[in-house]
Design a protein around this ligand. Structure first.
Ligand code: HEM
Length: 398
């Protein structure tokens, strides 16, 4: 039996991870199923990652995250404590997720497609085509934040606030107390904004997501506080992740002219191309869990309360599941599935909606701008995320 101290250590601050993050993770996956880092235990193996994500002995890592950040008592911490992220497996988690899973499931999310296409088209058409543009500011941030505004019946002018605060509050995952003050202010601003939107939506019921959630609340499935927490959660979890993944998709697809041309000629290829983007260069490099009891994982003893990170980046470059993982190939089979959205009772609520957003954006850009040029794409990689720091180019270089 191994102890955590015996596991090989990955240093996320080391030059090899910074220079070549996914190949470095893949190198660990070839050598060992489990490792350790300063944040806890790392799972590098695809099968073990998938099992851990749905393992009933592993619960949410969020409460520990708030402790690491030292989030002070107040309405931001209150919100966090009562939101879905703090709830472990069990009746409350299931009850809280039920209405959202129903309203944003695979089939139900299809009802958003027409409006998502409209939002995406407006944003891309408003982007100057004949000169270099910052794709993040012009396209990647506005798409998910505008879709959120459409869900909650807010003015499209509010999209900039929504994306700005989402980027701020998602810094919880840096585990760096330097960001705590800004995070608290971000949550407070978001809570105030959401209270206004709920009050407005109560006066103007209609065929939109927030109005559906209010109906669910009035029928007793959620309390008023739970409704508020969900609307904040949808902003918190949405824009930042989605914007980065849209940017990764544009960068990876448009910088390969043969792939981009195929997508422009046949948009039915877009879903599988996007699957490969999310495999090859996922926004989520890991998700987090904590052991709810003493657990033995692959012969290693993990005491109760151990932070565990299914390492999605390593799993996606596991050659036993994805032959030649370093090759970007949109014709890969759709199995095994990528883990970009986690899984099981903790799985991403917005995965169908955001997949639709990116598919619509890529299909429109590839058909309308077959010569799109990416002139600058800069990525950074933390243990948790791939972030796109800069993405510039010209839609129609002529
Ligand atoms: C490409 C963009 C996105 C990525 C990569 C992403 C990824 C993830 C991941 C990895 C998790 C944790 C899953 C687990 O631990 O098993 C998660 C949870 C979650 N995501 Fe997303 N997400 C994205 C977009 C969205 C959007 C658009 C929304 C909402 C509209 C959303 C809402 C949520 C919520 C509410 C949770 C928490 C679920 C729970 O604790 O039960 N996400 N997401």
């Amino acid at each position: 039996m191994n102890a955590i101290e015996d596991l090989p250590e990955i240093d996320y601050g080391a030059a090899d991870f910074k220079a070549a993050p996914l190949p470095t993770l893949a190198g660990f996956a070839r050598r060992t199923k489990l490792g350790r880092s300063t944040r806890g235990v790392e799972i590098f193996d695809y099968d073990l990652c998938r099992e851990a994500i749905v393992d009933r002995r592993l619960g949410t890592g969020h409460p520990r995250l708030m402790k690491v950040l030292g989030l002070p008592e107040g309405q931001a911490l209150d919100y966090k404590r009562n939101s879905i992220s703090f709830h472990d497996r069990g009746e409350t988690r299931r009850r809280l997720r039920n209405p959202l899973v129903r309203l944003m499931g695979a089939d139900q999310s299809e009802r958003f497609r027409r409006d998502i296409r409209h939002v995406v088209t407006q944003i891309i058409e408003a982007t100057p085509a004949d000169r270099p543009v910052d794709f993040i500011a012009a396209i990647c941030d506005p798409i998910p934040s505008s879709v959120y505004c459409y869900w909650i019946n807010a003015r499209m002018e509010d999209a900039a606030f929504v994306s700005h605060t989402s980027h701020i509050v998602q810094q919880v995952h840096t585990r760096d107390p330097e960001h705590t003050k800004a995070i608290v202010e971000g949550f407070n601003a978001l809570l105030e904004f959401v209270d206004d939107r709920i009050a407005f939506a109560r006066k103007h019921p209609g065929d939109y997501l927030l109005s559906d959630l209010i109906r669910v609340t009035d029928m007793g499935e959620l309390t008023e506080d739970e409704l508020r927490n969900w609307v904040v959660k949808l902003a918190e979890a949405n824009t930042d992740n989605s914007s980065h993944q849209i940017a990764i998709a544009i960068a990876e697809l448009a910088s390969r002219p043969d792939v981009w041309a195929r997508l422009g000629q046949d948009t039915s290829l877009v879903p599988k191309a996007l699957r490969e983007v999310m495999r090859y260069h996922p926004r989520s490099l890991s998700t987090s869990r904590e052991t709810l009891e003493d657990v033995v994982l692959d012969g290693c003893e993990l005491p109760k309360g151990t932070a565990v990170f299914p390492n999605i980046g390593a799993a996606h470059w596991d050659p036993r599941h994805y032959p030649d993982p370093q090759v970007f190939d949109i014709d890969r089979p759709d199995k095994p599935p990528h883990l970009n959205f986690g899984g099981g009772i903790f799985s991403c609520i917005g995965r169908f909606a955001v997949t639709m957003e990116i598919e619509e954006a890529i299909a429109l850009m590839a058909t309308r701008y077959p010569k799109l040029q990416v002139r600058r794409a800069e990525f950074s990689h933390s243990p948790m995320f791939t972030s796109v720091e800069a993405l510039e180019g010209v839609l129609d270089p002529g």
